[in-house]
Design a protein around this ligand. Structure first.
Ligand code: FES
Ligand code: FE2
Length: 380
């Protein structure tokens, strides 16, 4: 099956044919947009291509800066098969390879605080910048601990989010996100403090969750009890698009109060809506005056993802009970989305999952933006 790329009920298609399909969908005009055929969401061969050509080349949100407040605060995760330790070192927040330079043991698991990482296999010991401090009994001629630093990946903080890129030459994140500051800067996203984090495994393709989170078309249908009252589909409006992001506004009805004061100087308009954006490829965010929810999608295979979501709050406006209610609400929202995406995933291998017409700019224009971004990456 290596020659063919789409393992669906349909005829086996080559990678070239899929790339042409993508270019064709992305070229559809704004008044007649099309979604991708189902084979883009089920093919393991295409997923391997995406990993190499796209996912490993871009920035991925791995957490919030305030998760690494103190020196030695760390978090472990696996991103596209790479085990990582993200830690506040002397030099700032760094992303180290969580693979011992001796024989490959992971050095840490979960999260916590440490001033050094001691391998549980033969006790090689590293500092939080990845330097090898100690390697017991290693007296071989020519052994030089300096050549045994932990691997390291690019790591930056923007808008209070920590981003990691696995590529040796990462793209310019400021160019990718240019225009996002004008959109979300007034909320002061760097000032929100984290109150909740959870990770789940969903049985769906990574692109399906990006698309789902970023379109307002499903809000009133999928979330009648949880979101419809605040952010009904009918009030969704397309937001700005940049080189590496897209956005939309989920406006609140006039008779609904704002969700808190939020940052000083925030306009009434901004207080009266949630602003949703995707930082491509894998982060989707909803920011409102007092609440910021971010989902980091970590693709595992064509049909499964890990989703790590965090909730952060602005200032002290929300008391503990209200925060608990918001967490419970978002757990419900995520469950409602997950049920739909896992059910849809099971149908996307059909010969009849040919990719249908999309709704207009305010409702699914962000999906079109995403497909155009995917096609641009593919053309590079
Ligand atoms: S594998 Fe880590 S010390 Fe041996
Ligand atoms: Fe949803």
């Amino acid at each position: 099956m290596e020659d063919g790329i789409a393992e669906t009920g349909a005829a086996v298609l080559s990678l070239d044919a899929l790339r042409q399909d993508l270019a064709h969908c992305a070229a559809a005009p704004a008044d007649a947009p099309r979604g991708l055929p189902g084979r883009f969401y089920v093919s393991e061969a295409l997923f391997r291509h995406e990993c190499a050509a796209l996912l490993r080349r871009h920035w991925h949100c791995v957490g919030r800066g305030d998760e690494f407040e103190n020196p030695g605060d760390y978090l472990t995760l696996t991103l596209l098969g790479e085990p990582l330790i993200v830690v506040r070192a002397d030099s700032g927040i760094v992303a180290l390879s969580n693979v011992c330079r001796h024989r490959g043991m992971p050095l840490a698991e979960g999260s916590g605080n440490a001033n050094r990482f001691v391998c549980r296999y033969h006790a090689w010991t590293y500092d939080t910048d990845g330097a090898l401090l100690r390697a017991p009994r290693m007296q071989n001629a020519g052994f030089d601990p300096k050549t045994c630093r932990l691997g390291r990946f690019a790591c930056v903080e923007r808008f209070g989010f920590v981003y990691v890129c696995l590529a040796q030459t990462p793209p310019d994140i400021d160019a990718e996100l240019e225009g996002l500051e004008a959109l979300i800067g007034p909320y002061q996203p760097g000032e929100y403090r984290i109150v909740h984090a959870a990770t789940e495994t969903w049985q769906c393709n990574w692109k399906a969750l990006v698309e789902n989170f970023m379109e307002g078309y499903h809000l009133s249908v999928v979330h009648p009890q949880t979101l419809h009252g605040y952010t009904p589909t009918g009030l969704s409006r397309k937001g700005p698009v940049g080189a590496g992001f897209t956005s939309y506004f989920a406006n609140y009805p006039d008779n609904i109060p704002t969700r808190g004061e939020g940052a000083p100087g925030l306009t009434e308009e901004a207080r009266h809506r949630s602003t949703l954006f995707a930082a491509f490829p894998c982060q989707v965010v909803s920011v409102a005056a007092s609440l910021l929810v971010s989902l980091s999608i970590r693709p595992l295979a064509a049909t499964s993802i890990d989703v790590r979501w965090t909730m952060s709050v602005y200032g002290d406006e929300l008391d503990g009970d209200t925060i608990d209610q918001r967490i419970a609400l978002w757990e419900d929202v995520n469950r409602e989305d997950r049920e739909k995406l896992e059910a849809m995933q099971a149908a996307l291998g059909s010969v009849h999952a040919t990719g249908g017409p999309l709704a207009g700019e305010d409702f699914e224009g962000t999906v079109r933006d995403f497909l155009r971004w995917l096609a641009r990456q593919d053309a590079q």
